[in-house]
Design a binder for this molecule. Structure first.
Ligand code: KIV
Length: 225
């Protein structure tokens, strides 16, 4: 099967065809996922918990991510793969974000990067990465790298005011050049409105069934974790 591009995902979203998106962290899992027809793989910083045995994602480094992205690419040479920017690899400045996003492309042959967060400074990172010619997926809602500010790993957008804020955040990222947005841990109704208002593919994890596709942590899906 030919490797899908961002244009294929855009067209799937427009036609209402669901996008199949799973995490992988190693060669063998990636190989099985490609064989099974998974359309998009995320090498998430959930690597920290799922494969490295930490209890959170904060300790994961750029070098950890690059090493695992390389393994996943070797296992799935024909799959669209997203590399997840770990904690403190983009928060400092636009320059830092572009340099680290570039490592995912240059050293690990990723198709796209993902970063967490919302608001003007994250929109600025998304714009800078996009201007450097790199596809950038946003990630809003329950964003583990911001767990301290969120008061823990809690569902987001559960009041009308919080829901409206998320809807605005999604628009801001889209306007900044995000090629897609992952929405995590929000009520289905909020996932629905974000999806209906978007002109880019919206992927969900714990965001209801109305998004253009679902992401699952593969270890949760198979009941390992
Ligand atoms: O790192 C990851 O796998 C993620 C998902 C939890 C959304 O970002």
């Amino acid at each position: 099967m030919a490797k899908k591009t961002i244009l294929d995902f855009q067209s799937m979203a427009e036609k209402g065809e669901k996008i199949v998106y799973l995490t992988a962290y190693d060669y063998l899992t990636a190989k099985m996922q490609e064989k099974a027809g998974v359309e998009m793989i995320l090498v998430g910083d959930s690597l920290g918990m799922v494969s490295l045995g930490y209890d959170k994602t904060f300790p994961v480094t750029m070098d950890d991510m690059i090493r695992h992205c390389q393994a996943v690419r070797r296992g799935a040479p024909n799959t669209f793969i997203v590399g997840d920017m770990p904690y403190m690899s983009y928060q400092v400045s636009d320059e830092q974000a572009v340099q680290n996003a570039g490592r995912f492309i240059k050293e690990a042959d990723m198709d796209c990067i993902k970063l967490e967060g919302a608001g003007p400074s994250i929109a600025s990172r998304v714009k800078a990465i996009n201007d450097a010619g790199i596809l950038c997926m946003g990630h809003i809602g329950l964003t583990p790298q911001f767990a301290g500010q969120l008061g823990g790993y809690k569902a987001q957008g559960r009041t009308a005011q919080a829901a409206l804020k998320l809807i605005d955040q999604a628009k801001l990222l889209e306007q900044a050049g995000a090629c897609s947005i992952l929405v995590e841990g929000v009520p289905a109704a909020v996932g629905k409105v974000i999806t209906e208002r978007a002109n880019i593919p919206i992927l969900g994890i714990g965001a209801g069934s109305y998004t253009h596709g679902q992401l699952l942590i593969y270890a949760d899906m198979v009941g390992f974790y």
